[in-house]
Design a protein. Sequence first.
Lengths: 422, 297
Amino acid sequence: MASPGYQPVNLVRWLLWGGTALLFAVAPLVFRQGFALTMLTQMGTFIIFALSYNMLLGQGGMLSFGHAVYSGLGAYFTVHALNMIGSGALVFPVSLLPLVGGLAGLAFGVLFGYVTTRKAGTTFAMISLGIGELVHACVLMFPGFFGGEGGISTNRMVGKPLLGITFGPAIQVYYLVAFWCFVSMIAMFALTQTPLGRMANAVRDNPERAEFVGYDTQKVRFLQLVLAAFFAGVSGALSCINFEIVTDENVSALRSGGVLLATFIGGTGYFFGPIVGSVVFIFFVVALSGFTQAWLLYLGLFFLAMVLFAPGGIASLLMMQLPVIRARRFGELVPPYLLALAAGLVAFAGLVGVVEMVYRISDQSLETQMSLFGIGFDARSPRPWAAFALLLAAGVAALGFAARRVGDRWGAIQNQMQEGQR
Amino acid sequence: MEFFVVQLLNGVSYGLLLFMLCSGLTLVFSLMGVLNFAHASFYMLGAYFAYQVSLYIGFYPALVVAPLLVGGIGMLVERYGLRKVHRYGHVAELLFTFGLAYLVDEAVHLVWGRAAVDYRVPASLEGPLFRVFTSEYPTYRVFMMLVSVAMLVSIWLALTRTRIGLVIQAALTHPQTVEALGHNVPRVFMLVFGGGAALAGLAGVIGGNAFVTEPGMAAAVGPIIFVVVVVGGMGSLAGAFIASLLIGCLQTFSVGLDWKIFGLNITVAQAAPVLPYLLMVLILIFRPRGLLGTREG
């Protein structure tokens, strides 16, 4: 995203941000169903969460397994604030509640960050996991504040409506989330341009040299984590307003793992990576979980495939195409890409068939008679097994072939582009 | 006194089980620099495999077959997964094993369902072995201790007295030199990773029926073994041994105590799940390298 040289007005950047704002504004007008609105609201919340996570993983090189601690504790404080507004003990506009969550996240970031950021690398990862488990166990231990297993529920339609905004209808909650999401995006992007953001990159890439020029790496990591915890708290508060309930699931390892998956799938190397990742992840969670019980398996496989074959995430895959498009050679890549896409779909269909059949057989409460892709069959008969296994094998083989074709074409174009530069 | 002796025995048997898990994790970490997030998943796989195998050919064959199966899976994971992501650095390796843990969890859900399976202690090992004052001590707990100790002694002998053990020890500190001397270091990595997985699998075989074999067992024990490794000192086997026994005893003792904690409205038993993590935080503040660790950070 960074552009070389001095530019008084970065036109591309203005266009990108303007387009994003426009997208936020018109998205609910295009996707009108209630289901789509729920999904968009969750995406907005998760984008803040994933971007704040990337402040650690992508910008600071800190792999955290306990980031849900900050969003979850932010959500708990928000739910109590909301209930106090409801009982009249506190006068505070609901639309500014994300600040309460953010400050709670920030406070716990100061507390836990002091311990976790003493180390970097693998040790940081393990300690963050330990802190996550510690907080999760504590949440279940003190039911007075955290509500135990059942959590704490609330009602967001409290206080005086301002300009007729009650936060009753889902569309009003969406625009609240969209507003905070946009503001947080700008704030977090601005942070990457500050000296702290730059030093975080330096500490990530070469801590020894960063210390040599006079920076305390531990302090840089600490500040970065505290700020990330603030935005995590903001997203926790928004999810509290959206769902009107906060449970121990909000601080659980599952949530921490989810944000890691989403951020990595999107790509940690670019600022917009986690945004893409959140959209994909929430789509997996909300849309796919309605269709199949095995959605976590598909998500896990997708994640592993990304780690193995595209460690830069979707964002880096997209950015890799830019120079090719600029050189007007993208057309040559379209046929091998389409081939790979077709092969991938075939392999995926085979995989889905096998997984769903295993699931049907292992779960005794379900009938083995099932239908997939509009075809009905019995999961106990050998024929669909053979068919799907064949589909999977053929798809994988074709994918390998297509990958080689893409690689050959890609290499040739790169070579010719370098020749051209000389 | 009775409470103390019984809890001490339970603590030691649990601690030995923990060490069986941590030894593999520590060896892999010091050899390859990889923190295997999926280590507890191998433990779970060991328990499930043992359950499935014991349905057909009984518990004692399963005691051998299940760890071998898990070890084989471990070697495949190293050969076709970890070795590929190795060039992307340690974070990628950690993420790979994290994804693997996710996948194993879901695969277990898919194949064995979400409820616990009926994996039992074999009839020949049921019942009490001896009496401690007034309470009877179960045979199976003693069997667990015997298996763990036998395993530990054989690992120690293998590491110090055999040729491959010496190569492993050398590869811990000087992998390039060992490679230059003509040893196949990647194969050593594969063997150690598989061996660590097999150890975790064995722990699952004997732990799965002593506790519960259910899909949540990996997530329950995973963070604990990380705590053990941090408390003992990253990469130190002796430290991991002490920390395993310490945390094993800490957990078993605290569960049995109903003293009130000063200033809080809860008992020690209620606070038990938190104690290992608190210990970890305290160790990190006052002795960041862990009990017997040598490297800082």
